[in-house]
Design a protein around this ligand. Structure first.
Ligand SMILES: Cc1ncc(C[n+]2csc(CCOP(=O)(O)OP(=O)(O)O)c2C)c(N)n1
Ligand SMILES: [Mg+2]
Length: 335
């Protein structure tokens, strides 16, 4: 390492392996979802699919602060969180296909990824429904004397729901060990935040309930990680819940079909200049933490993982029809 490089890295204060890990995780999400979009068009994947392109720094940054025993609750835009949490890509892809090798036995699909091993509690299709669930999980951990944290991702749209306000109130009242991560991508389907919220600073809304609430640049993985580390340290130290508003943007439509009449192409292009993956890769290269060959190598690894996930899903099996009533509770009906 040259003195100049060493000095630059010192200024940056970032470990090369960790930087590569962050970049790798964000690339896994991006490339996985690009493949999903392709497979959706090919009718291999059906149902609702909400892509996370542009928001990768949120899931990846936050997940760095969590430990294996912590719980994660996500929304229907959940591929990024599941991947970053460590749910195997091939099981997620099989779930997208509806195959029984999927992480939810093929019964949940894109919006309902679930994995007990990593305490990944969904994938929830109803806006804001993960919030009360998270309070319950965190309360259980607290009452059982476990030091785990529950991390709940939700959108800006959820802040308009009563469940959000009830959740903030109870979380503070009961001092539960929960981290609430609001992914503010400025839109709830086709409704811009500024058209539906009188107060568009969402952290302010959380703060009135009495928990620490911060606004973070959600396009900057290092900023997100730093904020999450600080928040989780406070929660684990027994200081109660914490709220982070991550300012981010989704590059694609709300779901696979959306004419995007509610925003201009120029606006999308403007935000794409802040792409969390390309800006981070460029930043690391400018500071000589990594080189172009590193990015290339990561791309190869990710491409191989995606190919393998598709092959796994293709080779997967459909649940037999006679199993349809399994896991379905109905009083008086024998399965
Ligand atoms: C209770 C409820 N109301 C309405 C819907 C329909 N719906 C699905 S996604 C969505 C927008 C939510 O936006 P946001 O929370 O900002 O998340 P984003 O899609 O931007 O990630 C709405 C209204 C729903 N799923 N649940
Ligand atoms: Mg939104």
């Amino acid at each position: 390492m040259t003195t100049k490089t060493a000095r630059r890295r010192a200024v940056l204060d970032i470990d090369r392996d960790h930087a590569l890990h962050l970049l790798h995780e964000m690339l896994r999400i991006r490339r996985f979802e690009e493949k999903c979009a392709e497979l959706y068009t090919a009718l291999k994947i059906r149902g609702f699919v909400h892509l996370y392109d542009g928001e990768e720094a949120c899931a990846v940054g936050v997940m760095q602060a969590l430990e294996p025993g912590d719980a994660v609750v996500a929304t229907y835009r959940d591929h990024g969180q599941a991947l970053a949490r460590g749910v195997p890509m091939n099981r997620i892809m099989a779930e997208m296909y509806g195959k029984q090798e999927g992480c939810s036995r093929g019964r949940g699909g894109s919006m309902h990824l679930f994995d007990a091993k990593t305490r990944f509690y969904g994938g929830n299709a109803i806006v804001a429904c993960g919030l009360p669930l998270a309070v319950g999980l965190a309360l259980a951990d607290k009452r059982l004397g476990r030091r785990q944290v529950t991390c709940c991702f939700h959108g800006d749209g959820a802040v308009a729901e009563g469940a959000f306000h009830e959740t903030m109130n109870l979380a503070v009242l009961w001092q539960v060990p929960a981290l609430f991560v609001c992914e503010n991508n400025l839109y709830a389907m086709g409704t811009a935040l500024r058209y539906s919220h009188a107060e568009t600073n969402l952290a302010k809304k959380a703060a009135v309930y009495g928990l620490p609430a911060e606004v973070v640049d959600g396009m900057d993985v290092l900023a997100v990680e730093a904020a999450a580390q600080k928040a989780v340290a406070a929660i684990r130290a027994g200081k109660g819940p914490y709220f982070l508003e991550l300012r981010t943007y989704r590059f694609r439509a709300h779901s696979m079909f959306d004419a995007e009449l509610y925003r201009s192409k120029e606006e999308v292009e403007e935000w794409k200049k802040r792409d969390p993956i390309t800006t981070f890769a460029r930043y690391l290269q400018e500071h000589e933490v990594i080189g172009p060959a590193d990015v290339e190598e990561l791309e190869h690894r990710v491409a191989a993982e995606v190919d393998e996930a598709v092959a796994f899903a293709e080779a997967g099996t459909w649940e037999p029809v006679e199993d349809l009533t399994r896991f379905v509770y109905s009083e008086g009906v024998r399965a």
